[in-house]
Design a protein around this ligand. Structure first.
Ligand SMILES: Cc1cc2nc3c(=O)[nH]c(=O)nc-3n(C[C@H](O)[C@H](O)[C@H](O)COP(=O)(O)OP(=O)(O)OC[C@H]3O[C@@H](n4cnc5c(N)ncnc54)[C@H](O)[C@@H]3O)c2cc1C
Length: 258
């Protein structure tokens, strides 16, 4: 069984995240970059299965700037057998459609029984890449799973809905996205970090995937305006002089919070 895990490099949520107001892209120089935590959790699902099932191969796949190679390598240090990174300057500012096209083509080239992804990245938060990849590859997709059970031929799991819990199942090959309900990822240990240096790491370009990022016939989203979030205004401070409860109720009513 070969499991391809989609991992994205994102600005660290613990630091200040900034937009480049000229390009509308994340300002990668303004903060530390890390492997997205939800992608790490997806990788943990794959690695746990591989630990228990000999013959399982886990591959991490990322479309990211060249500088993200070290971040992608963390997936190898955690235990993935190999990595594939799609690097091409023409992908800077890629929209969801182009990203899905690229990831689907790279996964197809690599070969897989299952594609595992996060349900939404912490920076873009588009939340649709896994479903789009499945559509492009004409495969079943089970998204937003809170649990994953994998066999040689199928994948199943639970998805929370407003009204309860839905149990879904798909035969392989399939695409699955997981939520933060899945366990935290393991930390890479020293042995893993050393081993990662020798593991296969393939770098692909758009040419290798025969994709034209500027294809005029393809539907692409374009950014027409970008602006920074307004700074947060100071909150209202209620001083209790015997009427704090009334003031609080008044505040909630005025702000339609009650
Ligand atoms: C040169 C370059 C610069 C880029 N700059 C930016 C940027 O400034 N801001 C930005 O948000 N994105 C950037 N990207 C990445 C790309 O444009 C986004 O990944 C894409 O639009 C997906 O959006 P999302 O994160 O909202 O997807 P979501 O649908 O929220 O992602 C869901 C899941 O899909 C998978 N996934 C999503 N994107 C990728 C990816 N790129 N590689 C592997 N798995 C993925 C992950 O498992 C993720 O958890 C850049 C890429 C390149 C090559």
């Amino acid at each position: 069984m070969r499991i391809v895990v989609l991992v994205k490099e994102v600005p660290d949520t613990y630091g200040d995240r900034k937009l480049d107001l000229e390009t509308g892209l994340a300002d990668r120089a303004a903060s530390e970059t890390v492997l997205d935590e939800i992608g790490e959790r997806a990788l943990e699902v794959a690695l746990s299965y591989a630990d228990a099932h000999a013959g399982t191969e886990v591959v991490v796949l990322s479309m990211s700037p060249e500088s993200a190679a070290a971040t992608v390598r963390k997936g190898l240090a955690m235990g993935a057998a190999s990595a594939v990174q799609v690097v091409d300057e023409r992908l800077a500012g890629a929209d969801l459609g182009l990203t899905a096209e690229v990831l689907a083509a790279a996964a197809k080239r690599t070969g897989f029984d299952l594609i595992l992804a996060g349900n939404g990245s912490t920076d873009g938060v588009g939340g649709v890449i896994p479903a789009m990849v499945a559509e492009i590859l004409d495969l079943p997709h089970a998204t937003n799973l809170n649990s994953v059970e994998l066999t040689d031929t199928s994948v199943s799991g639970e998805r929370a809905t407003d009204g309860g819990t839905m149990r879904v199942k798909a035969s392989l090959p399939a695409v699955v996205s997981i939520t933060e309900r899945l366990p935290d990822a393991r930390f890479p240990n020293f042995k893993g970090i050393m081993a990662a240096k020798k593991k296969p790491f393939e770098t692909l370009s758009l040419g290798d995937l025969e994709i034209d990022a500027d294809d005029p016939a393809a539907a692409r989203s374009i950014m027409i305006q970008v602006s920074e979030k307004p700074p947060r205004a100071a909150g209202v401070k209620i001083v209790d002089e015997g009427d704090a409860g009334e003031q609080l109720a008044e505040f909630l009513i005025q702000n339609r919070l009650a």
